[in-house]
Design a protein around this ligand. Structure first.
Ligand code: AMP
Ligand code: GLY
Length: 436
């Protein structure tokens, strides 16, 4: 069958490799894709904006597309799945991704917190406030201990979470948020308890009733080594996460995954797609055991976690998606490569602030031992590979352990260069220290 994948990042390139590699897939269209997806066997980029549902519809109808896989959150929160479900000629297209209501798990932090509270899913204590409650919000904030966690309710391009040490500054920022610092996204603000621990990402594919837990991963969000500096879209990831052992994952499944899927169903929210739980593993002082808490939900795969998780999935992903659509996910096995994966993101100098696009990239074809996923690339008129974004390329390796995979990625990445390229040299190092 023909399939359409929506998105244009490293996540989509990694997904495209697995989808187009399935013998159930004839042609994979990617809207809009990048220079990497254009190069995948059986893949074709279509120059369509992920938010232009009418144009997506045209691609689907003109190319007899039977399945649509949605990469990023914006079209999901914007209701792309509902749009397809509401059109008589698109209703049978298998859309992998939740409808607008389910996407609220990511689209509204307040919705997500209320959902977790209602279904007894462990998360930080919180309260939500609107502009008319600014006074109350300030009082509530002063009852908490530092650091203070302030979250814009809506989507704010990954910038809507502030963690602040001083109460005075937190009060000021809270006021600014309620007055529109993040526009409509911060018309409501979630103020929550700070959780001390180690983060990890858990991904679930669900048909609304059954689910498969995909390999765990950890991403590195800050631009600077040692997790310093500004937040980025993600500077690298590793999979699996060693401390997410059988016992920990049992807690994750019992306390988080199962109640989340059950909660959606009880709330009458049909959900066919990915759930990405950003977790904090918090050590219980009394028992010394790690307990998982939900920091946030996303309704899609993570980027750059997908670049280390998808290469480890050995099942036919198109078959998994077909079962997701039909509600029969329990009838199929998820198989995983037992090797570890590590990906390192190469970014443009200056990112995540000002950076220049259009730099010529060399050496990608010399990489033989690793996979190179394109995040922000394009082709020049002479066919040369150019930078076209802040995050440019992601180098992923599989090996017998996380340290071995990291070593391979760093060795291979050294073959690639462009003027002013930057990457973190310490991806995975925090986990390696924990292991010693
Ligand atoms: P989010 O956009 O919700 O993922 O938040 C961005 C980052 O803020 C997370 O990846 C965490 O590192 C941090 N964070 C969010 N909520 C909390 C919390 N309650 N306690 C500690 N850190 C948090
Ligand atoms: N890697 C975090 C995210 O995709 O939101």
């Amino acid at each position: 069958m023909n399939i359409l994948l929506i998105g244009s990042g490293g996540r989509e390139h990694a997904m495209a490799c697995r989808i187009a590699g399935s013998n159930r897939c004839s042609t994979l269209f990617v809207a809009p894709g990048n220079a990497g997806t254009a190069h995948v066997d059986g893949c074709r980029n279509v120059n369509v904006d992920p938010m232009d549902f009418e144009a997506l519809r045209q691609v689907v109808l003109e190319n007899d597309v039977k399945m649509v896989v949605v990469g990023p959150e914006a079209p999901l929160v914007g209701g792309v799945a509902d749009y397809f479900a509401a059109s008589a000629d698109l209703r049978d297209v298998m859309v992998i991704g939740p409808g607008r209501e389910g996407a609220q798990l990511e689209g509204s932090k307040d919705f997500a917190k209320r959902f977790m509270q209602r279904h007894n899913i462990p998360t930080a204590a919180y309260r939500s406030f609107t502009a008319d409650q600014a006074q109350e919000a300030a009082v509530f904030l002063s009852t908490l201990k530092a650091p203070y966690v302030l979250k814009a309710d809506g989507l704010a391009a990954g910038k809507g979470v502030l963690i602040i040490d001083s109460l005075e500054e937190a009060q000021r920022e809270l006021r600014a948020m309620l007055q529109g610092k993040f526009g409509q996204a911060s018309a409501k603000v979630v103020v929550e308890q700070y959780l001390e621990g180690v983060e990890l990402s858990v991904f679930v594919l669900t048909d609304g009733k059954h689910y498969k837990i995909l390999p765990t991963a950890k991403d590195y969000k800050r631009i600077g080594e040692g997790d310093t500096g500004l937040n980025t879209g993600g500077m690298g990831s590793v999979s699996p996460v060693h401390f997410a052992d059988k016992r920990f994952m049992q807690k994750v499944e019992e306390r988080i995954v199962a109640p989340t899927v059950r909660g959606l169903s009880r709330d009458g929210i049909g959900y066919k797609g990915f759930i990405f739980a950003g977790l904090m593993a918090v050590t219980d002082k009394a028992t010394g055991e790690m307990d998982p808490y939900v920091i946030e939900y996303n309704v899609r795969m993570g980027d750059p976690e997908t670049e280390s998780v998808f290469p480890r999935i050995t099942s036919d992903v198109v078959e998994l998606f077909e079962h997701t659509w039909r509600g029969t996910l329990h009838q199929v096995d998820l198989t995983v490569d037992q090797r570890a994966a590590a990906c390192v993101m190469m970014v443009a100098g200056g990112y995540p602030e000002h950076y220049v696009k259009g730099k010529q990239i060399t050496g990608v074809e010399d990489v033989k031992e690793s996979m190179v996923f394109h995040a922000g690339t394009s082709r020049g008129t002479d066919g040369s590979l150019l930078t076209a974004g802040g995050r440019v390329l992601c180098v992923t390796s599989l090996s017998e352990s996380v340290p071995a995979a990291l070593l391979k990625s760093y060795q291979e990445l050294a073959k690639i260069s462009w003027e002013d390229c930057y990457f973190r040299r310490d991806i995975g190092q925090d986990l390696l220290k924990m292991m010693i």
